[in-house]
Each structure stands twice: as structure tokens, then as C-alpha cells.
Design a protein around this ligand. Structure first.
Ligand code: CAA
Length: 262
């Protein structure tokens, strides 16, 4: 099925929802229409109780080569920049705040807003041809959707400085060595591997999965003491769920648990 943007494909495969950016003529540049559609589709899956995990994919040649430069180049300075771009950029925030796990399937270019979009996901499966970078400085700006923040938290200050200040790009193997991606796979299988990871997550008890995601994000976002406290409270709350009873009972009874999501 194609969404209103006609450049964003949406499908359901069992318990996973898959959103694919499909704008090959512009290397999947993230126009306002594309980002609105991506955010709307993922938000819909996040609210759908039958969906337990999601995949956000690009095409083999490009996950996304950034925000749409054609759309941005005529924007005036001052208040106009904020007025015209704030809503667009809020889509990256919305995606970073989804409750359910989101796996990025990245092949080819993941640059600028494309790299930021991949980093707003929870895990990244990269093809051997994937290229990550924040080249905004080369067109006279800086990242506006998290590229100086999320990248620094993952790869550290020195490399993030180099990437943000010179436009240096990382190969998939380099990205793996710096912990930016979970795995590197042949280009033919980047989507199937991302789906496989999402299906594995979707088979776990959903409330525990969502609590784990929120807790890991709290670690990224807070001081260790605050993150530990957040984790502890989430851990306690899971003892209110049927899945906790079922999981621990099944372990004692040496059988596979049957999850109900309650
Ligand atoms: N926006 C709009 N169109 C883009 C685009 C972008 N970000 N990236 C590529 N395209 C278009 C090109 O204009 C070209 O269109 P035409 O055929 O109509 O001319 C088409 O995609 C193919 O691109 P190239 O001919 O440039 O392909 P290439 O293989 O020679 O180079 C590339 C590929 C290195 C990715 C190069 O296209 C490039 O540098 N793109 C821009 C990358 C970039 O600067 N991204 C950051 C954008 S700003 C941003 O994202 C801000 C933010 O933080 C949110």
C-alpha cells in the first residue's frame, strides 16, 4: 500500500510494521511530505496493539541522503527559518519518542537528516554499502535533527567533531566498529535481516520490551543515578503484569511461555 505521500510504503508482516521510504529519484531525500508520512505511519503502528515492533527501511542505494535541500534552500533567515523548519524537524523527535522498538534497515547513503533518522531508531542493520555522515557543514549549516547530539553520545566527542566539522563519512564497517550499527550484512539481505531482528523482538512479551526500550533510552538521556532509578521503577511495575507471572512460571515448569501482552 502507498500512503498519501506516494513515496512511503507501509506494510504489516505478522506482528511487525514496515515503513519504506521510496523516493529513488532524489536518493530518498526527506521532504516535508515524506517525513510527515513516515512519522504518521510509524505513529499508527505505535498505537496499533497488534504491532509489537517496527522496521524503517530505505532503498538499496539510499536510506536517505538528508533533508530535502531543494525545499530548504529558499528559506529566509531569522524567524522564518524556525517557523518553516520546526514542524518538519519535530518528526525526527516524534520518531525518537515512539514506545515500540524500531529497527532501521540502512543501505547506501544515510547522510544528514538520513543519518539522524537512522540514529533516532533503536537499532540499525546496515548493508555493506551503507555510508553514514553529517555533511551539513559542506552546505553551510549544521545538523538540525540530532546529528551533533545522538552521534556524539554513540561515537564520542573526537569522531563526532571530525564528522560534523569536516563532513567525514563512515563506511558500514567503521560504523560497526564505533557501535553506531548492530550488524553489517550483504546488500541483498539488509531488509530481511532487519525484519528478522524485529520479528525476534516482536516474539517477546511486549510490555517488558517497551519497558526495556524506555529504560535504555533513559540511560542515554540521563545521569547514571537517574537512569538506575528509572530502570528500578520499571522493573517493579512489570510485576503487575500477567506476562511476568507467565514468564517465570513457564521457566520453572520448563516450557515455552505464552505471552498475552497483559
Ligand atoms: N536533497 C534533495 N535532493 C537530493 C539530496 C538532498 N539531500 N541528495 C541528493 N539529491 C538529489 C540530487 O539533487 C540529484 O537529483 P537530480 O538527478 O535531479 O540532479 C539526485 O538526488 C542524485 O544525486 P547526485 O547526482 O548528487 O548523486 P551522487 O551519487 O553523485 O551523490 C550524494 C550522492 C553524495 C549523496 C550527494 O547527492 C549529496 O551530497 N547529497 C546531499 C547530502 C547532504 O548534504 N545531506 C544533508 C542535507 S541537510 C540536512 O539533512 C539537515 C538536517 O539536519 C535535517
Amino acid at each position: 500500500m502507498k500512503t498519501a505521500a506516494a513515496e512511503v510504503l507501509v506494510e504489516i508482516e505478522g506482528k511487525i510494521g514496515v515503513v519504506t521510504i521510496n523516493r529513488p529519484q532524489a536518493l530518498n531525500a526527506l521532504s516535508i511530505a515524506v517525513m510527515d508520512a513516515v512519522s504518521e505511519a510509524l505513529g499508527g503502528f505505535d498505537r496499533d496493539p497488534s504491532i509489537h515492533a517496527m522496521v524503517l527501511a530505505g532503498l538499496p542505494k539510499a536510506f536517505a541522503a538528508g533533508a530535502d535541500i531543494g525545499e530548504m534552500k529558499g528559506i529566509a533567515g531569522g524567524a522564518a527559518a524556525e517557523k518553516q523548519l520546526a514542524r518538519h524537524l519535530s518528526n525526527w523527535d516524534r520518531i525518537g519518542n515512539l514506545k515500540k522498538p524500531l529497527v532501521a534497515a540502512v543501505s547506501g547513503f544515510a547522510l544528514g537528516g538520513g543519518c539522524e533518522l537512522a540514529m533516532a531508531c533503536d537499532m540499525i542493520v546496515a548493508s555493506e554499502t551503507a555510508v553514514f555522515g553529517q555533511p551539513e557543514v559542506l552546505i553551510g549549516v549544521i545538523p538540525g535533527a540530532g546529528g551533533t547530539q545522538r552521534l556524539t553520545k554513540v561515537v564520542g566527542k573526537a569522531l563526532s567533531m571530525e564528522m560534523n566539522l569536516t563532513g567525514r563519512k563512515l563506511t558500514a564497517r567503521e560504523a560497526l566498529s564505533y557501535g553506531l550499527v548492530n550488524k553489517v550484512v550483504p546488500v541483498e539481505s539488509f531488509l530481511s535481516e532487519a525484519k528478522k531482528l524485529a520479528h525476534t523482538i516482536a516474539a517477546q512479551p511486549p510490555l517488558a520490551v517497551q519497558a526495556a526500550k524506555a529504560s535504555v533510552l533513559a540511560a542515554v538521556d540521563s545521569k547514571l543515578s537517574e537512569g538506575l532509578s528509572f530502570e528500578r521503577q520499571s522493573f517493579f511495575r512489570l510485576f503487575d503484569t500477567q506476562d511476568q507471572k507467565e514468564g517465570m512460571t513457564a521457566f520453572s515448569e520448563k516450557r515455552k511461555p505464552v505471552w498475552t501482552g497483559k
